[in-house]
Design a protein around this ligand. Structure first.
Ligand code: FRU
Length: 448
């Protein structure tokens, strides 16, 4: 009942981070952390989807397997690099040695591996490019999730890390040929930034250098960092992570400057990629590791988690706006009737609301989205959130909402993408009655 129609989900079992997203030889490729035989996430392979339009996706099976001594306990996250007609995947091979270890400072290998393909399928020539002994000696075993990029004819590899004394860090390696890599920077922020950074990303948007990462170990506040682990970006503006000295980065890489990508309950480990027309898109995992809330209804159906919609990034008004890829609106089918400020819907729809300041939307008796006292509040009223409770976005002016419901995932886009909230929502039946406060102008469509 809760399966998705227009979000990437695992055909069976477990899904986490998006990996290796790219445009290559006329198609988009999106890989993901996959445990097809374990709905709670066991040994990770890379599952593989392709797409022509970023709205419909074809499952292509599994692309990367933990079949070597360097990745025997999981083919962990990583990114793609395309050049000379080849699609290369760089990722972390996870190894857990048998014994009585803490698996943080000892007992674990995190190797940086590469596989290559000529057509985007059938990945071969697995090589180990870096292993733990190549990382600085003050790093714990946790060094992972490589991002590859090129700048001024040099290749760079950015890795997230945890130091031996549990401080977050990133490492930057450089190379002339992508085969041998030399450490060029080991950055540990001066001011407290948690104990680990996962899934680092680095890209340019409208002349701004953007550093995106997933800090673990930040203290939660009611309207910031509310999830167990965060996911956000720092706008470095003209500074870059290659040449800017530590003292300068330390002024800007501070918690206060972290802009969270999504303020809902279910978002983590996003990565960006370029489209064929050089636009920048972001895809995130609609889930969070170790969250206190669950997904029992989808687990009962034999699957857990999915991706967000593919979001186009635009730099406006000094920040990044995210809106779903335009073609998603082509999936709108029938217009839903609004009768006495009520819409009767199933579990697949898109709703827009205009000039909504001060209003409220009610979904069954389960979930409320209301704007009051300069805050947008998303609140579950019963257990259809499976333990999810309340999320708050500080927001003085609410102009527009664009909401997508797809089985058991809801994505809420606020003010044309100024804020996003992603949440699981498990209505007890396949009917959702949407009640709208008077004065709110809504339109809704069923989605195919
Ligand atoms: C983030 C993460 C990555 C790791 C992968 C393992 O969710 O923990 O750091 O590579 O998941 O599945």
């Amino acid at each position: 009942m809760y399966q998705h129609k227009f979000h990437i989900m695992p055909p069976q079992g477990w899904l986490n981070d998006p990996n290796g997203s790219c445009y290559y030889k006329g198609s988009y490729h999106i890989f993901f952390q996959y445990s097809k035989d374990d709905v709670n996430g066991g040994l990770k392979t890379w599952g593989h989807y392709t797409s022509k339009d970023l709205v419909t996706f074809k499952f292509e099976g599994e692309a990367v397997f933990p079949d070597s001594k360097w990745d025997k306990d999981g083919a962990y996250s990583g990114t793609a690099y395309t050049e000379d007609g080849k699609l290369e995947l760089y990722y972390t091979g996870n190894v857990k040695h048998k014994g009585n270890y803490d698996y943080i400072n000892e007992g674990r290998g995190h190797n940086c591996l590469r596989v290559v393909s000529d057509e985007g399928f059938d990945f071969k020539d697995k090589e180990c490019l870096l292993e733990n002994k190549d990382y600085p000696s003050n790093m714990s075993c946790h060094v992972r999730d490589p991002k590859i990029f090129k700048k001024d004819n040099k290749y760079y590899m950015l890795l997230g890390a945890r130091t031996k004394d549990s401080k977050a860090a990133f490492l930057l390696y450089e190379s002339d040929n992508k085969d041998s890599w030399n450490l060029t920077r080991s950055y540990i922020p001066k001011y407290d930034y948690g104990y680990m950074w996962e899934c680092p990303d680095y890209f340019e948007l409208n002349g701004h250098n953007i550093f995106s990462f997933c800090p673990q170990g930040l203290e939660s506040m009611p309207d910031r960092f509310a999830n167990i682990y965060q996911s956000g970006y720092i706008d470095l503006n003209k500074m870059d992570i290659i040449n800017t000295v530590d003292e300068e980065l330390n002024q800007i890489i501070i918690k206060e400057n972290l802009v969270e990508w999504d303020l809902g309950f279910d978002f983590y480990a996003p990565q960006t990629f370029k489209s064929n027309d050089n636009s920048t898109y972001l895809i995130g995992w609609a889930g969070v590791p170790d969250a206190g809330y669950g997904n029992t209804p989808s687990i009962k159906e034999g699957w857990q988690h999915s991706m967000t919609l593919i979001r186009k990034l635009e730099y406006k008004n000094g920040k990044i706006y995210q809106m779903p890829v335009k073609d998603i609106y082509k999936l709108r089918k029938d217009k839903l009737l609004v009768v006495d400020n009520n819409i009767q819907a199933d579990l697949y729809w898109n709703l827009t609301a205009d000039m909504f300041n001060g209003g409220c939307l009610y979904f069954n008796d389960d979930l409320e989205l209301r704007h009051e006292d300069d805050k947008l509040i998303l609140e579950f009223k019963n257990n259809t959130g499976e333990g999810r409770t309340k999320r708050i976005v500080p927001l003085s002016e609410l102009k527009k909402l664009d909401i997508f419901m797809d089985g058991c995932i809801m994505e809420i886009y606020v003010n044309d993408g100024e804020y996003c909230l992603t949440t699981r929502y498990y209505p007890v039946s396949d009917l959702v009655s949407i009640k709208v406060e008077k004065g709110v102008n809504v339109n809704a469509w069923s989605m195919d």
